[in-house]
Design a protein around this ligand. Structure first.
Ligand code: IPE
Ligand code: IPE
Ligand code: MG
Length: 255
């Protein structure tokens, strides 16, 4: 009688969307376990959610979407699960290449990519090259990714710049250090979403997350749909990002 409930999208302020949303896609294993299915079925269902959320983010006008798909620590899982995850990643890249091109989405990847199987790395490289000119959204997959490893890699790169005489230790500041991270030119994530209720970063973007807003939902990743993504964006828009200042200062700044 009163029409449909307003969706999150209708309530969202398009001028205050986060530029960069990063998601810790967690809970695939538990989703499968609850259904007495093998864990891989949860990962398979999780790929469907990836497709739905990539489409939603692009339609909503998010500029950068970063998905934590496989951590450096995930290499320690049983060999069979790791192999299945690599297969799923390969299939995803093969299936989605045309879709990403059509939607003008640029694919990017961060992590210790040399540790990925050759066939996956080659495919990833090809899709990244093919979509390099796209400008609607940057989709970054964090693969074999570890935030601490990324920081150490950046520190090593800075040290070698110093050894080569191209930089001095006193040149190092947050902006220079950020540019040496694998996330390079990307802005820091404004919003980090974690599904499945775990309240930790699990080595995700540890340097970049300094001032990110965190939204944690109990929903398992395979059950995370567009509507809940929009709810997370709404939650983000209800937060006051103070960056160490007071509310009063922010009011003056925005006046
Ligand atoms: C997230 O789901 C996917 C990866 C880490 C690759 P999990 O596999 O961690 O699922 P849970 O946490 O065991 O439920
Ligand atoms: C974090 O999930 C990594 C990804 C989502 C890819 P995990 O399931 O590996 O994290 P922990 O082990 O619970 O911290
Ligand atoms: Mg997990």
């Amino acid at each position: 009688m009163f029409g449909k409930e307003p969706t999150g999208k209708n309530l969202l302020d398009p001028r205050r969307l986060p530029a960069h949303v990063a998601i810790i896609m967690d809970g695939n294993g538990r989703w499968a376990k609850r259904r007495l299915m093998p864990r891989i079925m949860g990962h398979r269902q999780g790929v469907k959610t990836v497709k739905e959320i990539v489409t939603a983010a692009r339609e909503l006008g998010i500029s950068y979407l970063t998905l934590y798909a496989f951590s450096t620590e995930n290499w320690n899982r049983p060999r069979q699960e790791v192999e299945s995850l690599m297969d799923l990643l390969h299939q995803y890249l093969l299936q989605e290449a045309a879709e990403l091109l059509g939607k003008r989405i640029r694919l990017n990847a961060i992590g210790e990519l040399h540790r990925l199987p050759d066939r996956v790395r080659r495919c990833l490289k090809k899709v990244m090259q093919d979509t390099a000119g796209n400008d609607e959204m940057v989709l970054t997959l964090a693969l074999s990714y570890g935030g601490r490893q990324e920081i150490i890699d950046a520190a090593r790169r800075f040290a070698s710049l110093c050894v080569q005489g191209e930089a001095r230790p006193e040149d190092l500041d947050i902006s220079l250090f950020s540019s040496l991270l694998w996330t390079g030119e990307m802005p820091d994530p404004d919003l980090i979403i974690r599904t499945s209720g775990e309240k930790r970063l699990s080595n995700f973007l540890v340097f970049q997350a300094a001032y990110s807003e965190l939204v944690i939902t109990d929903t398992l990743w395979p059950d995370f749909h567009r509507n809940e993504f929009e709810q997370a964006l709404l939650e983000y828009q209800s937060r006051e990002r103070r960056f160490g200042m007071t509310s009063e200062q922010l009011l003056c700044e925005n006046a």
